[in-house]
Design a protein around this ligand. Structure first.
Ligand SMILES: Cc1ncc(C[n+]2csc(CCOP(=O)(O)OP(=O)(O)O)c2C)c(N)n1
Length: 606
């Protein structure tokens, strides 16, 4: 059978074990060749090929629902559900999403992009099946790092106590998050994995004993098992625990899944896989460099904003000891060097943004200077903790908001469009976004040494023109102030971050007589500069790459209303819409935020 002939999971159901094995080889070779061309999640997908085949072989999707946690590892699922011929468009504008996507397939039954939600989705799914009186199994595939998430445990807590509902949880244990999995749950899984002898004995009995004996033994299994090993966390929570099982052996997975279909009790099947399987470099990668790979493009000079911020935090750390609380993004946030240099000044708390925020608040309450780096999209998880534990009591936590703005290829679940709205409503919270590296160093210096409020500093996904070999960073404090990048008479462009380059370019192309104002402090605003512009009677054009709820534009409007300024004002933002994946420039265009859209908006007005 050729890959291209697979239009639906039913197409693989007649295959023999040997053919399924060959299919896995073919899929793996295809993924290894295809993903580097488009960019995408390489290692997680190479690791889960056989597991996905076995699931689709045994379960009957979409009658049986297969839910993938995060959804970054679902490429084989996409292939088996007829999307192979779209892989050259993966993560490209209007192309295949890098995650599960409702619009793409009836087999995509849970969209997330954020880790830890699959088990709640599973519980909702099986409740709904029951309410609707529908037949079908519910299966959730969750990684060993994602299952440590608080949300996952909230769902485990409920499902484990449900006597009349049955969920099938596949724990895809590859010992890795993006880098190494961390924490006590991870250690527990390692201990379970190490019970190899017990598992071999168990497998032997499973192979030789008739079913009624196995059923009988399952009653006394707990006692038998405790003779061999200490408690199993899942069994203690009320689940039947099966495994660990080799996640690259399709035949034994099929055998086990078939049996699980007949069980009445919720079950956790512990499947051991190798992240990056079949790809030498990805397999040996313990850092996480192959978790996601970028497509090869002409190299843009400079360094990523994440690396710039990591370097600034290093310098801040050298000046005065700080502590970094990192929720699972050490690689993406470019903190590998920092950890090597200051291992006792850093903790990776795993995929646990809520915990990270409250822990940071508590550290700050004890007088420790804390840096809490969060991707904009994942900071949403910790809304309550940031509001109630950090902002309300006014704790001095500096929050780095990475990937702020349009993120491009990761798409709708990862856009950084809501953090300004979210932070703006929080009492005591300050918000800033640097235009360049000098702004960044000065604003961070202010956040750590020039004030003691909670402060969110945003920075985008792209690169900044900073030469890490040549340029030096100066920690001279920048107080909350705006600056003029360019001056004029009739109009003021106001924005923050790298969007200012777009406005500078519009000014140049239209030869406008206008100010370009770097509103690097979003909250509080620089009222000196704002009043200066307003009292000069200038028109104002506010451009924000994000939602305008509670952002700079409504703040300016409020200020104008309060002080009776009647200036003509317009704005552009990405408000009240879902922004899909695509190349950054294409997404700007689609959201009517590109240079041409600004020019059109100004026509007849200036
Ligand atoms: C709430 C949240 N925080 C962080 C991330 C970023 N992230 C994506 S995948 C991943 C690691 C997932 O590891 P695991 O669950 O073990 O699955 P694997 O990739 O190893 O298959 C992380 C941290 C995310 N998607 N959601």
């Amino acid at each position: 059978m050729h890959l291209k002939d697979i239009k639906a999971p039913s197409d693989i159901k007649h295959l023999k074990p040997k053919e399924l094995k060959a299919l896995a080889c073919e899929i793996r070779a295809f993924l290894a060749e295809s993903i580097p061309k488009t960019g995408g999640h390489l290692s997680p997908n190479l690791g889960i090929v056989e597991l996905t085949i076995a699931l689709h072989y045994v379960f009957d999707s979409p009658k049986d629902g297969i839910i993938f946690d995060v959804g970054h590892q679902a490429y084989t699922h996409k292939i088996l559900t007829g999307r192979l011929n779209q892989f050259d468009t993966l993560r490209q504008t209007d192309g295949l999403s890098g995650y599960i996507n409702y619009k793409e397939s009836i087999h995509d039954i849970w969209e997330s992009g954020h880790a830890g939600s699959s088990l709640s989705a599973l519980v909702g799914y099986i409740y709904a099946k029951k309410l609707k009186g529908e037949q079908g199994h519910g299966v959730a595939v969750i990684g060993d790092a994602s299952i440590t998430n608080g949300m996952a445990f909230e769902a485990l807590n409920l499902l484990g106590s449900e006597r009349d509902k049955r969920g099938i949880i596949i724990l895809n244990d590859n010992k890795m998050s993006i880098s190494k999995s961390v924490g006590a749950v991870s250690r527990t899984l390692a201990r379970i994995r190490s019970m190899a002898l017990f598992i071999k004995i168990k497998r032997f009995w499973e192979a030789v004993l008739p079913k009624f004996m196995l059923n009988f033994l399952s009653y006394i299994k707990r006692g038998v098992r405790s003779f061999f090993q200490t408690n199993n966390i899942f069994e203690d929570l009320g689940y039947m625990y099966l495994g660990p099982i080799d996640g690259h052996n399709i035949k034994s997975m099929i055998h086990l899944f078939e049996r699980v279909k007949r069980l009445k009790k919720s079950v956790v099947i512990h499947v051991l896989t190798k992240k990056g399987m079949g790809h030498k470099d990805a397999q040996d990668d313990v850092i996480g460099n192959f978790h996601g790979v970028s497509k090869k493009e002409a190299s843009i000079p400079g360094i990523s904003w994440s690396l710039l911020v990591a370097k600034i935090i290093e310098q801040i750390q050298e000046k005065e000891r700080t502590f970094v609380v990192m929720p699972a993004m050490t690689v993406g946030a470019q903190f590998i060097d920092f950890v090597k240099k200051y291992p006792d000044r850093f903790v990776d708390v795993g995929i646990a943004e809520e915990h990270a925020a409250t822990m940071a608040a508590s550290l700050a309450h004890q007088g420790i200077k804390v840096f809490l780096p969060l991707y904009s999209t994942f900071s949403q998880r910790a809304f309550d903790q940031i509001l109630n534990d950090i902002a309300r009591p006014n704790h001095h936590v500096v929050i780095g908001i990475d990937r702020a703005g349009i993120v491009g290829e990761d798409g709708a679940t990862h856009q950084g469009l809501f953090d300004v709205s979210m932070f703006h409503l929080m009492p005591n919270m300050k918000i800033a976004m640097p235009y360049d590296d000098k702004d960044a160093a000065g604003i961070f210096a202010y956040a750590f040494f020039g004030q003691s409020n909670p402060m969110a500093i945003r920075y985008p996904r792209g690169k900044t023109c900073f030469d890490i070999e040549q340029d030096a960073l100066s920690l001279d404090i920048i107080k909350p102030s705006w600056t003029y990048l360019d001056k004029g008479n009739h109009l003021a462009f106001i924005s923050y971050g790298p969007s200012l380059d777009l406005l500078l370019s519009v000014k140049k192309s239209l030869n406008l007589d206008c100010d370009v104002i770097n509103a690097r402090f979003i909250k509080p605003m620089d009222l000196n500069v704002l009043n200066e512009v307003l009292s000069a009677g200038k028109k104002l054009f506010v451009y924000e790459e994000g939602s305008d709820s509670g952002s700079l534009y409504p703040q300016i409007l409020k200020h104008m209303a309060k002080h009776n300024y009647k200036n003509d004002i317009r704005s552009m933002s990405i408000t009240d819409q879902v922004v899909e994946h695509g190349h950054y420039e294409d997404v700007l265009k689609k959201t009517h935020m590109d240079q041409q859209a600004v020019i059109n908006a100004l026509k007849g007005w200036v």
